[in-house]
Design a protein around this ligand. Structure first.
Ligand SMILES: Nc1nc2c(ncn2[C@@H]2O[C@H](COP(=O)(O)OP(=O)(O)OP(=O)(O)O)[C@@H](O)[C@H]2O)c(=O)[nH]1
Ligand SMILES: [Mg+2]
Length: 390
């Protein structure tokens, strides 16, 4: 499609819903032409034919009903890109989008907009992921990737291959894959499950870590029936913490269903905190989970069994030992955190492609490996127009 024939898009860049302001991006060869038709300056003067990037104007868009807006020119080359800052709210947004569509613009989602307007596909994907980051730590790693950390590392690997240093390139790919697990969890939380026998203090621990009373705590064994998940962040890593029903063999039908759910959650978790009670004989798991930390709770009371070995002593009631427990969880989940600026494959499909390229190099298929890395740098996730915005 020639640039003239390519559609001009309008996209709401701020989330839908109640807000003071909404920002729209208008992108395409007719972006400025459409804005000129719709926009009226308060001074009554016409907008210029060809504006410079960085210029902005205050005025109105609409007829009898109109919204006050600021129009700003973000880019003129290679394709014009204009932002419209209007009032927020669903109806105002719908009204403005309809006006642009009546002039021939097409609606696209903000993700699609980022992919179309960002020259580097990896930067675009990192920018999209960045919008989902919930902690400063995960956001700063994604920001590094948006600024080119991964792209530059991949470019260096292609250079190494071109220089005939495929062994060096393999090592470089290996270093990237060190951070595959971290990369996968920048936008998706680690799953940590709190499990153990009834009444050992699982819900009390979840509440202590969450900082509020998320789960019901009671002296009656079998209080928690369903899986209760809480979002927390430890050392900047996001975690979905799941409280579960206490595991025991004698249980009524309802509790047995909760126990089934607890077992499924344990099987899917990245880490299990298996809680033991210092004040009753230890109830160990019948099958130890793949990744587990043993935690002895209620150490504010006199223990009835000798607590030794690697179990972490805590009191969910007084908070004793919780810092040590959090440190142990973080070291288990992220033993090797990436330093600032490090390249991180920030999505599972990136790590999968890097692994595949590494396998090709290891098998002596140098050209195939190089092509896989080059393809990764051109990766553009499929663009789906989100017409639901209209
Ligand atoms: N002294 C003391 N009591 C605690 C501590 N943690 C929990 N408890 C008490 O132990 C009892 C059970 O606590 P829960 O947190 O409900 O235990 P649970 O493991 O979630 O129990 P179920 O949901 O029944 O499996 C409650 O009476 C809590 O107050 C602790 O660190 N010290
Ligand atoms: Mg409970």
């Amino acid at each position: 499609m020639t640039p003239e024939k390519a559609p001009t898009y309008i996209s709401r860049l701020t989330p839908p819903g109640q807000a003071a302001l909404a920002t729209f991006g208008v992108f395409g060869s007719r972006a400025w032409e459409i804005v000129r038709v719709l926009f009226r300056r308060f001074s009554g003067e016409e907008l210029p034919d060809a504006p410079n990037a960085g210029r902005f104007w205050f005025g109105r868009i609409g007829g009898e009903i109109a919204d006050e807006v600021v129009v700003s020119v973000k880019q003129t080359e290679p394709i014009p890109l204009v932002e419209v800052h209007a009032h927020g709210g669903r109806e105002v947004a719908r009204f403005l989008v309809d006006l642009f569509c009546a002039q021939g613009a097409q609606v696209c989602s903000w993700k699609d907009y980022v992919r179309r307007t960002e020259a580097d596909p990896l930067s675009a994907e990192a920018a999209i992921a960045l919008a989902q980051a919930t902690t400063l730590r995960t956001a700063s790693i994604l920001l590094d990737q948006q600024c080119g950390a991964l792209r530059n590392a991949l470019a260096d690997i292609v250079v190494a291959i071109d220089n005939g240093d495929s062994g060096i390139a393999e090592g470089m790919l290996d270093r990237l894959l060190r951070y595959a697990s971290v990369g996968e969890h920048l936008t998706k939380p680690w799953r940590v499950v709190v499990a153990g026998a009834p009444n050992v203090g699982k819900s009390s621990l979840v509440n202590a870590l969450a900082g509020y009373q998320r789960s019901i705590v009671a002296a009656t064994p079998g209080t928690t029936r369903d899986v209760v998940t809480t979002s927390i962040a430890l050392d900047g890593w996001t975690i979905a913490l799941a409280d579960t029903a206490g595991l025991r063999s004698e249980a009524d039908a309802l509790e047995a269903e909760g126990i089934d759910r607890a077992r499924t959650t344990m099987a899917d978790a990245d880490l299990c905190l298996w809680i033991l009670d210092a004040t009753s004989p230890p109830a160990w798991p019948s099958e130890p989970p793949a990744s587990v930390l043993f935690v002895v709770n209620k150490i504010d009371l006199a223990p009835v069994w000798p607590i030794e070995g690697e179990a972490i002593p805590i009191s969910a009631r007084t908070g004793q030992g919780l810092n040590e427990l959090c440190d142990a969880v973080v070291s288990r989940l992220v033993p090797d955190p990436p330093p600032p600026g490090a390249p991180v494959p920030f999505a599972p499909h990136l790590s999968a492609s890097i692994s595949s390229a590494q396998r090709s190099l290891a098998a002596g298929e140098i050209e195939a490996g190089k092509m896989q890395i080059a393809a990764l740098m051109r990766t553009q996730a499929s663009i789906v127009l989100d017409l639901s915005l209209r």
